[in-house]
Design a protein around this ligand. Structure first.
Ligand code: NI
Length: 176
């Protein structure tokens, strides 16, 4: 499998509504491996299929492992692969900064639901469901937006909430 080029804002495909996944085939599994490879290559937290030029409703999110002050792992890395994800429940609101692999060099503060319940299918077509909060909840909302042609910059409601940020800088927000 291979890493693919991540498209950036201005590419028309990023503005289109992605199609439902209907065939849970080895081709789909190959696509998901490519999405993971492409995301790992650039140290992203999540990726949606349209970002590598495939107009299908598939997303991946990889939550990093968490460590305590002494360097002991508190929670393991967690991988979420969703086809046809849908948010079926939201709770609360939270303002937070996010960034996107398709909008390099920027981070923006936006308001999203604090908790979401997401349902969809895994790569084999089995029904799955996740209740998420915090960073994971935001990542789901961000990736599902990609499937509908929405970028986080559309949701930033004032110019002061958008800032330049360099990849690898200390105050970087992990892009999705
Ligand atoms: Ni993104």
């Amino acid at each position: 499998m291979a890493k693919r080029t991540i498209l950036t804002a201005g590419e028309p495909i990023l503005r289109k509504k992605a199609k439902k996944v209907t065939s849970f085939s080895p081709v789909l599994e190959g696509l998901i491996v490519d999405m993971l490879d492409s995301m790992h290559e650039v140290d992203g937290l999540g990726l949606a299929a349209p970002q590598i030029g495939v107009l299908l409703r598939a997303i991946v999110i990889e939550m990093p492992a968490e460590f305590d002050e002494e360097g002991h792992q508190v929670t393991p890395e967690e991988l979420y692969v969703y086809c046809n994800p849908e948010i079926i429940e939201t709770y609360g609101e939270e303002e937070h900064e996010e960034a996107c692999l398709s909008v390099p060099g920027y981070a923006g503060t936006i308001t999203r639901a604090a908790q979401v319940t997401v349902k969809g299918q895994d790569a084999k077509g089995r029904r799955i469901r996740t209740k998420a909060e915090g960073l994971l909840a935001r990542a789901f909302q961000h990736e599902i937006d990609h499937l509908n042609g929405t970028l986080f910059i559309d949701l930033v409601d004032s110019p002061e909430k958008l800032r330049h940020v360099e990849r690898g800088s200390e105050d970087e927000t992990l892009p999705t």
